[in-house]
Design a protein around this ligand. Structure first.
Ligand code: DX5
Ligand code: ZN
Length: 221
């Protein structure tokens, strides 16, 4: 099994010391920084946009994955590409034409990822999986950090990851929402290879230990 990677969601960072907090997470072992972009329409919260990501560009030596929780992702893909995102993640629920969105992300020099909400079937991802670098299973309803993990995501990940390996696909199978050292083993055993966490990293008493526990979540038995 390939080693599990961790992306630290900056939504729980201290925004008055954002660069320092991001560097702390990377020094503690985070492989990526997860940027939760919210527009107050697709989700009932507003977070930050491309300028915040651009402010970190070139100052932190890990890829950024921009999670666009916005109703019109196509309109803003060039901005998030320019801001320094390596991966651009859009929600299946708002993509009128996912093939077009995937193409647009690639044309802007980024790697595409498709996200599904807790209520969306993993079957939705399959027609696009070959063209994706990243699929993301939400294990909370998006909008806020600090919510409880929804366990219904586990069988969805298991079904998708089994299918993906039968198809010989190699892509990130990520999970986002309520991921902690307690819930991580459930999703890693189901086949997840990228864990996204905000609270469990930025609010941990020992960030290095927290990230270590997430990365070794599959080694328990
Ligand atoms: C939720 C966001 C998540 C969130 C995770 O809408 O997409 O990335 O920051 O927060 P935790 O890890 O606290 O559940
Ligand atoms: Zn997210």
């Amino acid at each position: 099994m390939a080693p599990v990677k961790v992306s630290a969601s900056i939504l729980s960072a201290d925004f008055s010391h954002l660069l320092e907090d991001c560097q702390k997470a990377v020094d503690a072992g985070a492989d990526m920084l997860h940027m939760d972009v919210m527009d107050g329409h697709f989700v009932p919260n507003i977070s930050f946009g491309a300028p915040v990501i651009a402010g970190l560009k070139g100052k932190i030596n890990v890829p950024f994955d921009a999670h666009l929780m916005i109703t019109d992702p196509n309109k803003y893909i060039p901005d998030f590409a320019k801001a320094g995102s390596s991966y651009i993640l859009f929600h299946e629920e708002v993509s009128g034409n996912a093939t077009e969105t995937i193409k647009l992300i690639r044309q802007n020099g980024c790697k595409p990822g498709m996200v599904i909400n807790p209520g969306t079937s993993e079957e939705t991802l399959k027609p696009y999986a070959k063209d994706l670098d990243y699929v993301l299973f939400m294990s909370v309803w998006p909008g806020f950090s600090g919510q409880s993990f929804i366990p219904d995501v586990v069988p969805k990940i298991a079904k998708f990851s089994k299918w993906a390996s039968q198809e010989g696909l190699s892509l990130y199978i990520a999970v986002d929402g309520g991921i902690s050292p307690k819930t991580a083993p459930l999703v890693v055993e189901a086949g997840a290879n990228l864990l996204i966490a905000a609270t469990a990293i930025f609010k941990a008493p020992d960030m290095k230990e927290a990230i270590h526990q997430l990365k070794t979540a599959g080694n328990k038995n």
